[in-house]
Ligand binder design. Structure first.
Ligand SMILES: Cc1cc2nc3c(=O)[nH]c(=O)nc-3n(C[C@H](O)[C@H](O)[C@H](O)COP(=O)(O)O)c2cc1C
Length: 355
């Protein structure tokens, strides 16, 4: 069988990937009480391959980081212990496993916050409807180091749990994106205004984490083009490029960017291609593209040197053996959106059939 670009090997820093098909981070809301559960062992190991990169679902860095039911965390000893068998199972299959570190910021409400306090953000502008999202509280400058520290400790915990590295969640309108995007960030201090100021928090998180676990184990995810959770920017090209260039200084392992054709977890009508090219060219590390990729689009993007790796969300969710199916050009299972976020430990989770 002829080798396709998606099935060609790649050296990701010290990790030897046998193919370019990455599991995108996917929130599945099956971590009861913010504790990863044993059923995740099967779910992730189903999707693990020898030399395949998996990115775990968004994982809270602290008790203020939560905004959705039953999402996992990595700030307590119990959570770290609960991750261990899941990571072990992926490693047993030869997979490489990164943990996506997450703080939702204002995408939350009193019910998810310790002592029912207001969610924290770069701003005090809230999301609507207020029945779903409580008005946030703007972080004071002197509080920001504590949040950076939460990310750092979570990264240390991820390594303790056995993960090969971490992906900083800087996408989709969550806390880091709430600083990056000019339609949210209305600060007048050194964390708001110009690109340099808006990226300050993101880069402080990057710096703290690389100092803690080493730059060769750190990636970041960005979605400059998305306006998910009211996270628009007036100049996403400039923001993306600025971030790609700034990240070079920290020599992180990868930059993972979401295409404009996908907004969070839904498709957009516009199908403009090559929007990420300036970022790809500017960033010196590994470049991962995601969003609306299928087998053909992925192969083309790799053949064009538009990206080094392609992350698949919905297709990998519904096809545990996606790398095998791409290799054989086999038909794919269809995903069922109605079971994406339900708490069932099996249905829509580990019951998608293999070839
Ligand atoms: C069920 C579901 C959960 C998701 N959870 C996350 C998440 O935790 N972190 C994240 O960065 N993106 C998340 N996304 C976005 C995906 O990682 C991916 O970028 C998006 O689905 C587009 O890729 P696709 O067209 O291959 O599905 C999620 C998407 C879906 C469908």
């Amino acid at each position: 069988m002829a080798e396709i670009p998606l099935r060609s090997p790649y050296k990701l820093g010290k990790f030897h990937l046998s193919h370019r098909i990455v599991l995108a981070p996917l929130t599945r809301n099956r971590s009861y009480g913010n504790i990863p559960q044993p059923h995740a062992i099967l779910y992730y190991s189903q999707r693990a391959t020898k030399g395949g990169l998996l990115i775990a679902e968004a994982t809270g860095v602290s008790d203020t980081a939560q905004g959705y039911p039953e999402t996992p965390g990595i700030w307590t000893k119990e959570q770290v212990e609960a991750w261990k068998p899941i990571v072990e199972a992926v490693h047993e299959k030869g997979g490489i496993f990164f943990c996506q570190l997450w703080h939702v910021g204002r995408v939350s409400n009193y019910g998810f916050q310790p002592n029912g306090q207001a969610p924290i953000s770069s701003t005090d502008k809230g999301l609507t409807p207020e029945t779903e999202f409580s008005p946030p509280r703007r972080l004071r400058i002197d509080e920001i180091p504590q949040i950076v520290n939460d990310f750092k400790l979570a990264a240390r915990n991820a390594i303790e749990a056995g993960f090969d590295g971490v992906e900083i969640h800087g996408a989709h309108g969550y806390l880091i994106d709430q600083f990056l995007k000019d339609q949210i960030n209305d600060r007048t201090d050194e964390y708001g205004g110009c690109l340099q100021n808006r990226s300050r928090f993101a880069l402080e998180v990057v710096e703290a984490i690389i100092n803690e676990i080493g730059s060769d184990r750190v990636g970041i995810r960005l979605s400059p083009f998305a306006d998910f959770m009211d996270s628009a920017d007036s100049n996403p090209q400039a923001l993306g490029l600025y971030m790609a260039e700034s990240l070079n200084k920290y020599r992180i392992l990868y930059c993972h960017v979401v295409e404009p054709r996908v907004n969070g977890n839904v498709e957009r009508v516009c199908v403009d291609s090559h929007s990420l090219l300036p970022m790809r060219k500017a960033f010196k590390g590994t470049f991962i593209a995601a969003g609306g990729y299928n087998r053909e689009r992925g192969n083309i993007a790799l053949a064009d040197n538009y990206a080094d790796l392609i992350a698949y969300g919905r297709l990998f969710l519904a096809n545990p053996d996606l790398p095998k199916r791409f290799e054989l050009d086999a038909p794919l299972n269809k995903y069922d959106r109605s079971t994406f976020y339900i708490p069932d430990p099996v249905v829509g989770y580990t019951d998608y059939p293999f070839l």
